[in-house]
Design a protein around this ligand. Structure first.
Ligand SMILES: Nc1ncnc2c1ncn2[C@@H]1O[C@H](COP(=O)(O)OP(=O)(O)OP(=O)(O)O)[C@@H](O)[C@H]1O
Length: 219
């Protein structure tokens, strides 16, 4: 059964059609890569699948919820609880430590403070960052910061994690480690990942690759 189903998504910016009848589905536990030339509409699609943007028409059902029937407040709650994000630039909050950055989405979800902290510590340990948990982003390497962003994406046990060029800012060794981490998390927890990437080794490793061309899925 599919975890995520998108049907007939359309999105235009002014007169420019960017997504033209995009339909796809993703099963739980899949690592799916989305590839395509620059301007093909990958980030636009990811933002809609991740509920950060609404389509002009079409539907997205995620974890049984037809997401765009929700109003903005309901959607923000759903996103916080069900979706994790990893971006090219980690977007960690500079004035908070690694442990605090990872914990914040858990606090926003109103979860028990002690449990959130415990899970944040466990995730950081799993990602080899225990000695960094009191460090601020500026005190960590790019690879470490990106691993903190992965832990943050996982804190609320989301149904799916979306990543937009997650290794775009990393050297090849750190990129490889990050990619391996996605597959480890999939194997250990059945975590689903949908990843926009120009990184060919990552796209080749994915369970499935969806190619976009001129706003359409290439069949
Ligand atoms: N907010 C916006 N306003 C107007 N046009 C936009 C906006 N966002 C994206 N576009 C346009 O939509 C098209 C698709 O952009 P998108 O970022 O989805 O492509 P992409 O495949 O992710 O590209 P890249 O690989 O370069 O990141 C491009 O022509 C882009 O200029």
């Amino acid at each position: 059964m599919s975890l995520l189903t998108a049907s007939n998504l359309r999105r235009a910016y002014g007169p420019l059609p960017v997504l033209n009848e995009v339909s796809l589905s993703v099963a739980a536990g899949e690592v799916v890569s989305i590839v395509g030339a620059s301007g093909a509409g990958k980030s636009t699609l990811l933002h809609i699948l991740g509920t950060l943007d609404r389509p002009d028409s079409g539907t997205v059902t995620l974890a049984g919820q037809d997401v765009f029937t929700l109003n903005d407040t309901q959607l923000a709650k759903f996103r916080n609880e069900q979706i994790g994000f990893i971006f090219q630039f980690h977007n960690l909050l500079p004035e908070f430590t690694a442990l605090e950055n990872v914990s914040i989405p858990g606090f926003i979800a109103n979860r028990n403070e002690r449990e959130v902290r415990q899970r944040a510590e466990q995730l950081l340990a799993k990602l080899g960052l225990t000695s960094r948990q009191g460090h601020f982003p500026s005190q960590m390497s790019g690879g470490e910061q990106q691993r903190v962003a992965v832990a943050r994406a996982l804190i609320n046990q989301p149904a799916v994690v979306f990543a937009d060029e997650p290794s775009g800012n990393l050297d090849s060794r750190n990129a490889e480690e990050l990619h391996q981490l996605f597959f480890d998390l999939r194997d250990e927890f059945g975590q689903t990942f949908i990843i926009v990437t120009h990184n060919e080794p990552l796209a080749a490793l994915a369970d499935r690759t969806i190619t976009l061309r001129d706003g359409q899925v290439v069949l």
